[in-house]
Design a protein around this ligand. Structure first.
Ligand code: PMP
Length: 442
């Protein structure tokens, strides 16, 4: 049975309400601290504060009050954020961003961005098709195509919008989109936009996908399988070779979202295919973001010429949206070159991540299914504990984001550590020691 987005929002709000009642001991409702208007008021249909989404936000705030924890969100960072960051004049160890190889503050990357800024100004100011291109936009696309060993590549101004518009544009009614149960929101949104049937399979379970396609493949024209190179909630990865077999067996397209795997997986950071020793041509759509390893902002698709031709001419998020700012294209191009010139950064990232994972496990912490590549969750057992641990660590000078219900199941609430090549071994040991103390209740 499928629920509408509205129904899901209402369920989430109700579940939050129940949680709030549990933690605050309240039996009636949370309305004492901040009344939530009911949808029965006469003008309810044209008020934002009667929308289920607003009620969800209000409940989240109330949970924070009930837990007596300060919100860890929207903190203001005062400088370049990498392995460390400045917040309110204090230096913190930082595990809350995706600057995996430290390239977003790299002097050479900044220099190239400066040069592009001088030459082209701050914005591309209109769609590339209408207003024309800047050489650096195509240079980045050609470099990414070479990196992914594909015929061509196209860049868009947001990673999230890339999945939405590309999946939305390529597929439609009569098609099927099957995605991993933990696929990123942008993949789900793209599938919904497309009007194709959308189904999911158990996380990383290629056998479940195979069985599903055996049952339903015949009912659809085109089928897209969407997976990720490295899952950012759990830090685990799919068996790419198996997924390729399945997609071949069922005549489906395969999209791999490399947001967290580019620059992270494989001996030289070429992503999941390098780690899995699978040829680039086995995957139909390589998707990635410029905002993580590549030190910029935007998304890209690398693939065959017909695929890129369709997207450059007909994907609404490319055609009707501004071109990637040349300054950001220059930064990402420089970062991609740095990554290739200095594969040692990838090795260091792997060593630091493995160190975190091994020390955390040795301390008895629950790291779930993390494979120890840049993303290591530490499961706390409850949203309350996740919030309390995040606060306690912040007081000790460690900035890490908690993940609460309903983003994950209540018992899977966690702290999510994003590790960078620029973290020092001693900083990692210090962090794990602080976590171990919290876990012991000391
Ligand atoms: N795909 C995945 C798997 C992601 O994790 C993210 C963002 N974290 C995106 C796409 C969207 O990328 P961006 O933040 O660059 O828009």
């Amino acid at each position: 049975m499928e629920f509408t987005a509205e129904q899901r929002q209402a369920f989430a709000a109700r579940a939050l309400q129940r949680q709030l009642e549990r933690v605050s001991g309240a039996t009636a409702s949370a309305s004492a601290s901040a009344p939530i208007p009911q949808a029965t008021e006469p003008d309810a249909r044209c008020r934002f504060d009667t929308m289920p989404k607003y009620q969800q936000v209000a409940l989240m705030r109330q949970m924070g009050q009930a837990f007596q924890v300060e919100s860890p969100f929207f903190r203001v960072h005062e400088g370049m954020a990498g392995a460390t960051t400045q917040i309110a004049g204090q230096t913190y160890l930082n595990y809350a961003n995706y600057n995996y190889l430290g390239l977003a503050s790299d002097p050479l990357v900044c220099e190239r961005a400066h040069a592009a800024l001088e030459q082209y100004g701050t914005s591309a100011s209109a769609s590339r098709m209408v207003a024309g291109e800047r050489p650096v936009q195509r240079e980045l696309e050609q470099a990414l195509a070479a990196f992914y060993e594909t015929a061509d590549c196209v860049t868009l101004v947001s990673g999230h919008a890339t999945n939405v518009t590309v999946i939305g544009a390529l597929f439609g009614p009569g098609d099927l989109i099957v995605h991993d149960a933990l696929a990123h929101n942008s993949i789900v949104q793209g599938a919904q936009l497309s009007g194709a049937r959308r189904l999911s399979f158990a996380h990383n379970d290629w056998q479940a996908l195979d069985a599903l396609l055996h049952r339903v493949r015949g009912e659809y024209q085109r089928v897209l399988i969407a997976i990720e190179g490295l899952y950012s909630m759990d830090g685990d990865l799919p068996d790419l070779a198996r997924f390729v077999e399945v997609k071949q067996r069922h005549a489906a397209f395969l999209l791999v979202d490399e947001a967290h795997s580019l620059g992270v997986l494989g001996a030289t950071g070429r992503g999941l295919r390098e780690l899995a020793q699978v040829p680039a041509s086995a995957v139909d759509i390589w998707m990635g973001t410029l905002s993580k390893t590549l030190a910029g902002c935007g998304g890209f698709i690398a693939g065959s010429q017909p695929l890129i031709d369709i997207l450059r001419h007909l994907a609404p998020g490319f055609l009707y949206s501004v071109g990637l700012a040349p300054v950001l294209a220059a930064a990402s191009l420089a970062a991609l070159e740095r990554l290739q010139a200095e594969p040692q950064r990838v090795v260091t990232l792997r060593q630091r991540s493995q160190q975190f994972l091994h020390e955390a496990r040795a301390a008895g912490l629950d790291t779930g299914t993390s494979a120890g590549y840049a993303v290591v969750p530490v499961l706390t057992g409850s949203s309350l504990k996740a919030a309390q641990w995040a606060n306690a660590l912040f007081e000790e000078g460690i900035n890490v984001q908690p993940v609460f219900y309903p983003a994950v199941e209540e018992k899977a609430a966690r702290l999510r550590f994003f590790i960078c090549a620029t973290h020092e071994p001693q900083q990692i040991s210090q962090t794990v020691a602080a976590l171990a103390r919290l876990a012991r209740g000391a």
